[in-house]
Design a protein around this ligand. Structure first.
Ligand code: PMP
Length: 432
């Protein structure tokens, strides 16, 4: 039981605790959570909310899952952490064996990192160190697409969208990379060859200084929840092969089934040279990510001076996180998750598509377990959260987007509550 009342929690929080992307002078309201089980968040004030966010793509199996709880408790009774320098353990071996098995052919070498952003830093470092080892140290720029998001650390920030990201704030500090136009061809539309021209032009002109192309495969998440044609990825892979660039796929948000495939790059049938995974990997229990690469890249890095890969975080390979991640991935594999995601996708399509008729709705799009309603103007986040919590659901919009990616365990009734609340809120915006 919490010893603090809801008010005590909120008062202290408001005075002293920073929340993501928020002001300490005039913060957006926050809601105190007492516990979470299945698809339900129980607030400290007694209200219950159906969760539409899976805690930012992570809690795919729902909260307080007995299998994951048991994995955590078992591992806790053995050891929660030991340093990874000079030591290894079964939880890391089990997890990495699963990752090598599940990811596209050739991704054999695993670097465990403590968050998605760090795994992106590691991926960028690997690409640059690889070319340096190959005697081409001038290849240290990246090429990416606009509207991407790869994390909040400096290396990752430098490849986030230059307009909606933090480039202005940190200009002069961030490395300048190459940004191609965002592919506009939608996921299910016939491919338009002109979509690749912008990236092709960049690569043709600058390949001598580019180490890698980095992008989120098929689904651009925090940069705008946009789903683009898998054929774009096919073309990118061809360009990378033709001009000898590495391809980094950031599967942190898309990995572990969210788009209907285990990894979104499978929609194009391509294999990246470096892949980042995270978020859903631990079922949302603890922060853990991984960067996988090929023999070619890892051998390349290690075959020239200094002969080692220069990264090693304190909590690398945390056994507790590895044990839970292993259990979460096995749990996913033991289910017919493709059918589950297909069911969520069908329901999202049938319940969200009619929202396109509501005045003020600019676009509706659905892919796998992701449903997006784009408004024609920014959503008032505080007002939206008040509305949604009053309706008994947890949905947190950003920008012009009202979107959900619920836990895979959500049932049809709960999902209808989420889509009903999205439609209700869009109507209130239309009435304003
Ligand atoms: N890449 C992508 C595609 C992401 O969606 C995120 C997180 N939203 C990150 C990287 C960064 O991960 P983390 O927040 O765990 O650092």
């Amino acid at each position: 039981m919490n010893k603090l009342s809801s008010e005590q929690i909120l008062n202290f929080d408001r005075q002293h605790i920073w929340h993501p992307y928020t002001s300490m002078i005039d913060p957006l309201p926050v809601y105190a959570v007492r516990s979470a089980t299945g698809c339900t968040l129980a607030l400290a004030d007694g209200r219950e909310l159906i969760d539409g966010m899976a805690s930012w793509w992570t809690a795919v199996h729902g909260y307080n899952h007995p299998v994951l709880n048991r994995a955590a408790a078992d591992q806790l009774s053995r050891m929660s952490h030991v340093m990874f320098g000079g030591l290894t353990h079964e939880p890391a071996v089990n997890l990495c064996a699963l990752l090598v098995e599940l990811t596209p052919e050739g991704l054999n070498r695993v670097f465990l990192a403590d968050s998605g952003s760090v795994s992106v830093e590691v991926a960028i470092k690997m690409a640059i160190q690889y070319w340096s080892s190959m005697g081409l140290p001038e290849k240290r720029k990246l090429a990416t697409i606009r509207s991407g998001y790869h994390g909040d650390t400096f290396g990752a920030m430098a490849v986030c969208d230059p307009v909606t990201g933090m480039h202005d704030l940190f200009s002069g500090v961030l490395t300048r990379h190459y940004f191609a136009d965002q592919p506009r061809c939608r996921f299910d539309q016939p491919w338009q060859e002109e979509d690749i021209q912008s990236m092709r032009a960049i690569i043709e002109q600058h390949h001598n200084e580019i180490a890698a192309v980095i992008l989120e495969p098929v689904v651009q998440g925090a940069g705008g929840m946009w789903f683009y044609s898998p054929h774009y990825l096919t073309r990118i892979r061809q360009l990378c092969d033709a001009f000898d660039l590495l391809l980094i796929c950031d599967e942190i948000a898309t990995g572990f089934g969210r788009t209907g495939k285990m990894f979104a790059s499978e929609h194009a049938g391509i294999c990246p040279d470096i892949m980042c995974v995270g978020k859903a990997m631990t079922g949302g229990y603890l922060s853990l990510a991984a960067t996988l690469t090929t023999d070619r890249v890892s051998n390349g890095i290690c075959s020239a001076s200094p002969g080692v890969f220069m990264h090693g975080p304190t909590f690398m390979g945390n056994p507790l996180a590895c044990a839970i991640a292993t259990a979460a991935i096995k749990l996913l594999k033991s289910q017919d998750w493709r059918k589950t995601i297909a069911g969520i996708e069908a329901q999202l399509k049938s319940e969200l598509t009619p929202m396109a008729q509501i005045p003020g709705v600019a676009d509706v799009r659905v892919l796998g377990g992701i449903g997006v309603v784009e408004m024609d103007r920014p959503v008032d986040v505080a007002g939206a959260q008040r509305y949604f919590t009053d309706q008994g659901v947890w949905i947190r919009p950003f920008g012009r987007l009202i979107y959900i990616m619920p836990p895979y365990i959500i049932n049809a009734r709960e999902l209808s509550c989420l889509t009903g609340a999205m439609a209700g809120f869009a109507r209130t915006m239309a009435d304003e």
